[in-house]
Design a protein around this ligand. Structure first.
Ligand code: NAD
Ligand code: UDP
Length: 339
């Protein structure tokens, strides 16, 4: 794959390349969601600079973007001073799957918090608009259901998920203080479980595990009794909501939930995948990880009223598209199909 990896250079050069276009920075651009947002921004006519340290990202996710002369990639860390100037910043940099974010908890926590401080500096000093990817994990194992933006959450601050959950909560604090004290234009998206093509094949999340296991012929690993629930959103639906939120000039709320409120158990997810594949898939039980939330469903009333947001892709169709994408990538890697 051909991709232009550029050394840090003056922002002016990027702006000259993109004359007449708005310059946007996407941190975490080589990741699952960041790469889909990058493609959407390029399609909408932005000059896009991606910043990524490739901790969990994959340059393959930027194959399409890399062919566009309006895309530029900086290999770098969101915790360091930013090498570029942009009018709008999307902050997706952070490992997101439990096995990735728990593999190096200090890196996870500092990426969220120091990254937020760096970006808030930009927003304050230069009037840059920041759209920050927060998470439903700020609600923890919720005592309120479904979760509205006003809920303060129920998070174990010293558990194995805390590096991620508390890092994201502190990042929200940084951005909201930057708004309150300096008028920074920050927008926080609490993203609920999102899935789709380009998820890392080995990221350990339930959709990627189940789909890969269905393709390779292994039993689906069901943690606990499988009755815990999540609400899964197809990535295109999420990107639509993020794009609307980012580009709307007047907004009534700076924090919104985005996701698909259709709530299912992990047993139901296994069943849906079996129907997509056309066979009954065997499952094997495994222990439930510590602090695993029992249920999660977004209340998206705010996104509906403020953005006219409505997720459109039913779970069976989204899972079928994800399955096709995983099968293609596993075939390319020479992984043997099990059924
Ligand atoms: P991902 O791991 O695919 O993408 C994260 C990207 O950030 C990767 O490309 C990684 O290399 C990069 N990165 C990590 N640390 C960095 C650093 N210090 N400096 C620069 N780049 C760095 O994960 P994703 O699923 O695409 O998630 C993207 C964002 O959305 C994350 O902030 C995550 O917390 C948030 N989010 C995702 C979900 C979901 O369901 N996927 C849900 C809630 C929130
Ligand atoms: N899970 C599972 N099997 C797997 C991976 C995860 O049953 O192979 C469960 C996990 O315990 C959780 C749910 O699926 O209850 C969603 O897990 P994921 O890691 O995808 O997202 P998160 O827990 O961060 O919402």
């Amino acid at each position: 794959m051909q991709l232009r990896v550029q050394a840090p250079m003056l922002a002016l050069a990027y702006m000259a390349l993109g004359i007449g276009r708005r310059t946007v920075l996407v941190t975490g651009a080589a990741g699952f969601i960041g790469s889909h947002v990058t493609d959407r921004l390029l399609a909408e006519g932005f000059e896009v600079i991606g910043l990524d340290n490739l901790m969990t990202g994959d340059l393959e996710n930027l194959a399409e973007a890399g062919r566009d002369p309006h895309f530029h990639l900086e290999i770098g860390d969101v915790r360091e001073p930013l090498p570029v100037y942009a009018e709008l910043i999307f902050n997706f940099a952070c490992p997101a799957s439990p096995i990735h974010y728990q593999s190096d908890p200090f890196t996870t926590l500092t990426t969220s918090v120091l990254g937020a401080l760096r970006l808030a500096e930009q927003a304050q000093a230069r009037g840059v608009r920041i759209v920050h990817a927060s998470t439903s994990e700020v609600y923890g194992d919720p005592l309120e259901h479904p979760q509205r933006e006003t809920y303060w959450g129920h998070v174990n601050p010293v558990g194995t998920r805390a590096c991620y959950d508390e890092g994201k909560r502190a990042a929200e604090t940084v951005f909201m203080d930057a708004h309150r004290t300096r008028g920074a234009d920050v927008r926080i998206v609490r993203i609920f479980n999102t899935y789709g093509p380009r998820m890392a094949l080995n990221d350990g999340r339930v959709v990627s595990n189940f789909v890969r296991q269905a393709i390779t012929g292994e039993a689906l690993t069901l943690y606990g009794d499988g009755r815990q629930s999540r609400s899964f959103c197809f990535v295109d639906d999420l990107v639509e909501g993020i794009f609307r939120f980012a580009t709307k000039d007047e907004i009534n709320h700076r924090i919104i939930n985005l996701g698909n409120p259709q709530e299912i158990s992990m047993l139901e997810l296994a069943d849906i995948l079996g129907k997509v594949v056309g066979v009954e898939l065997p499952v094997v039980e495994a222990p439930l990880p510590p602090d695993d939330p029992k249920r999660r469903r977004p209340d998206i009333s705010l996104a509906r009223s403020m953005l006219g947001y409505e997720p459109k892709v039913p779970i069976a169709r989204g899972v079928a598209m994800t399955y096709a994408n995983f099968a293609e990538r596993l075939d390319r890697d020479g992984v043997t199909r099990g059924r």
